[in-house]
Design a binder for this molecule. Structure first.
Ligand code: NAD
Length: 440
């Protein structure tokens, strides 16, 4: 029987590998990325099956949001990595006069051994995209998948050492106790994706070792719907973004803020959009997912009475099914507005105007995204200047995540730090200041 290494043993092995210097050459880094790419493309069906078992994730969502999303990130990095890693020269204009021939530049140094702790809702991409970034930056990596998606966790633990240099990657599976043991080790960076409560624990543990941390958390991402926009388009885009993965997406639109007349008109359009996407009975639709476990089911089911039901409202605990639900006339202090929903419930809140919408956004913790549907430049400008959030997205909720040139991360309660594309290289590197003054 194979006895898994203890966290301390796994970290020691990864540190030894890093010190050999083998993770530094560009060739080694691109090999790891190519390996990760082969892992997801070569095991597409197995990954989809695992995602279905853990989350009843629909096949199209498994393909798009887990496999293709990861491939896109890897391809983008493979295309640009060499250029990103070039030392960036700066003018050597110093306080004191320096001899001719002096050069100064900044370099991306790998940090060492990185810990990636992933959440269960996109258990493949939320683990592999940061792992890809950390390897591309020349680090060794300890990956900790979520125990709430156990089949995906076991599959990734088996596959990763087959496709990535097994001396440079370790996968440690397990729940609370394991993560606590892991966090007692010294890492050179930790990227954690999950709830803010445990994020605080991660940060406290990291403080012991002065380890820098990226916290990818969640929040109540609001959607402002302006007067006069095409509500059929709005409803379709909103329903797609909200009800994918049964609402269990960190950047899902959490609630809608709009004026009373627009809210009335939007109700009918949302009901139509939900039926278009999932048919008259979403419980029978292969395109609709399930809630991850009984605890989260109970939490979300308890929110269903928070307003007048426009569509949905049905649930079945045995099947962990909660229908895509739209609630109207929801009060700002209703249960559904007290915490991140993280489930398939979309409340519509009525506000008099943009000013009230902005006040509502600013009365709450800073969210991972602010969304708006508007044709008006002043509205765009005011939302940009008068609110704060991880991302700002007009017109197509969630889509900003799929652009690897854009940083992905939160602000305030939605987290700090960022990754994706070259932002991952920045996160998992040390920017080293280098000066070279001729002796002659
Ligand atoms: P989770 O339960 O899978 O926890 C995340 C990770 O932390 C897991 O690996 C888990 O083992 C560990 N963990 C959590 N609680 C722990 C504890 N008490 N002791 C030891 N280890 C613990 O996922 P979650 O926290 O339910 O994730 C949902 C939250 O994450 C939501 O708020 C969501 O918005 C956020 N999220 C953010 C992003 C993002 O990219 N910003 C992505 C997905 C989810």
């Amino acid at each position: 029987m194979n006895i898994p290494p203890t966290p301390a043993e796994a970290v020691a092995r990864l540190r030894t590998t890093f010190r050999t210097g083998r993770t530094r050459p560009l060739g080694w880094r691109t090999e790891q990325l190519t390996g990760l790419r082969a892992l997801v493309t070569g095991h597409r069906d197995e990954l989809a099956d695992a995602l279905h078992t853990d989350l009843r994730k629909p096949r199209a969502e498994a393909d798009v949001a887990e496999v293709d999303f990861t491939v896109r990130e890897i391809d983008h990095t493979l295309r640009h990595l060499e250029q990103w890693l070039h030392p960036e020269p700066v003018p050597a204009s110093a306080l004191t006069r320096l001899p001719p021939g002096t050069t100064a530049d900044t370099r991306h140094d790998p940090l060492g051994t990185v810990l990636v702790i992933a959440s269960w809702n996109y258990p493949v991409s939320l683990l592999l995209v940061p792992v890809a970034g950390a390897l591309a930056a020349g680090n060794t990596v300890l990956a900790k998948p979520s125990e709430l998606a156990p089949v995906c966790s076991a599959l990734l633990a088996r596959l990763l050492p087959q496709y990535v240099d097994p001396e440079a990657i370790a996968v440690v599976e397990g729940g609370g106790r394991t993560t606590t043991d892991l966090l007692a080790q010294r890492f050179d960076h930790i990227l954690y994706t999950g709830n803010a409560g445990f994020g605080r624990t991660v940060l406290r543990a990291a403080a012991e070792h002065l380890t820098p941390v990226t916290l990818e958390l969640g929040g109540k991402s609001p959607v402002f719907v302006d007067r006069g926009v095409d509500l059929a388009v709005v409803a379709t885009r909103l329903a797609r973004a909200k009800f994918a993965n049964a609402g269990q997406t960190c950047v899902a639109p959490d609630h809608v803020l709009t004026d009373p007349a627009t809210a009335r008109a939007l109700e009918g359009e949302l009901a139509r959009a939900v039926t278009d996407l999932y048919g008259p009975d979403p419980a029978r639709s292969p395109a609709y997912g399930r809630i991850v476990n009984g605890r989260h089911f109970d939490r979300v089911a308890a929110l269903l009475d928070s307003g007048r039901t426009v569509i949905g409202g049905r649930y079945d605990r045995a099947d962990r099914y909660i229908a895509p639900t739209v609630l109207a006339e929801v009060e700002p202090d209703a249960p559904v507005m007290r915490e991140e929903i993280f489930g398939p419930v979309l409340p519509l809140l009525e506000v008099a105007d943009l000013g009230e919408a902005i006040a509502s956004i600013n009365d709450r913790d800073r969210p991972l995204a602010v969304y708006a549907f508007t044709d008006d430049d002043t509205t765009r400008r005011r939302l940009a200047e008068e609110t704060a959030s991880g991302g700002l997205n007009f017109g197509l909720p969630i889509a900003h995540l799929g652009i690897p040139e854009l940083p992905f991360g939160g602000v305030g309660e939605s987290g700090f730090g960022r990754y994706h594309g070259r932002w991952s290289i920045d996160t998992f590197s040390h920017r080293r200041a280098c000066l070279d003054v001729p002796l002659g």
